[in-house]
Design a protein around this ligand. Structure first.
Ligand code: DX5
Ligand code: ZN
Length: 245
């Protein structure tokens, strides 16, 4: 099993977004698109038209991170724009199980994210319905924040549950990922690694992406479950993540 890298375009140069994505595409298993509504989080970022542009000009898998209230009201249009997976926030959802099921019915990845202050325990009964869990390692809203260390224990716990339950969902870590901490996140059991500023804030984004992926592989090799490749999550038989496509 190999780590998956999800460069987040939140720190890219939007004047030259296509060039920025192309520069890292060799190392990107998916492109992470942070959709923020200015309500669930203070910031307003991007949405449908950006996803449409990525899909029109590349065959990259779009990992849409939806930071919005009433998330389900956006599922249809984001899927129609080309989102291959949508992560909504547990904190924003009235009915997470129903929302996960709605995403699966759309034939896209059904993913649920939890904020740093939300206990992983809230996910236990949802794990068999999810294709990915997103452990936020910063408070959502902005790129360039410092990694919150408690995410490591959260990842370890969720990975342990995944193995005990025999499930195959991906575990994404999002926020503050750097060359200093990515190995530890991988060793704890993360399988997908988001990074905005460590990649697009670098003078050499492709080199930074390659190095992050290399370090994630080193960490993953130390994960007690590192060799176990994810089985297909229940109900998502046709979903192939990133470059598995
Ligand atoms: C934060 C976003 C992250 C962000 C990560 O709300 O969800 O995806 O882009 O940025 P870095 O890697 O700079 O912390
Ligand atoms: Zn994100």
């Amino acid at each position: 099993m190999k780590p998956k890298l999800a460069p987040s375009i939140l720190s890219a140069d939007f004047w030259a977004l296509g060039d920025a994505i192309e520069a890292v595409s060799e190392h990107a298993d998916m492109i992470h698109v942070d959709v923020m509504d200015g309500c669930f989080v203070p910031n307003i970022t991007m949405g449908n038209v950006v996803i449409e542009a990525i899909k029109a000009h590349s065959n990259l898998f779009v990992d849409c991170h939806l930071m919005a209230v009433r998330p389900a009201s956006h599922f249809d249009s984001l899927a129609a724009s080309g989102a291959d997976s949508i992560s909504f926030h547990y904190e924003a959802s009235d009915d997470p199980r129903k929302d996960l099921s709605s995403l699966r019915k759309l034939g896209i990845g059904a993913s649920i994210a939890i904020n740093p202050s939300t206990s992983e325990e809230v996910l236990i009964t949802l794990l068999d319905s999810t294709d990915m869990v997103v452990v936020m390692s910063v408070n959502p809203g902005f790129s360039g924040q410092r990694f919150i260390e408690s995410a490591i224990d959260k990842i370890r716990c969720i990975r342990q549950w995944r193995e005990e339950m025999g499930l195959g969902f991906e575990i994404e870590v999002d926020g503050g990922i750097t060359a200093e901490n990515i190995e530890r996140a991988a060793e704890a059991g993360a399988t997908v690694f988001v990074s905005a500023s460590s990649i697009f804030g670098s003078k050499d984004p492709a080199g930074a992406a390659a190095e992050l992926k290399r370090l994630a592989s080193v960490g993953m090799a130390r994960c007690p479950f590192g060799a176990s490749s994810p089985q297909k999550a229940v109900g998502a038989d046709n979903l192939l993540w990133g470059k598995e496509q």
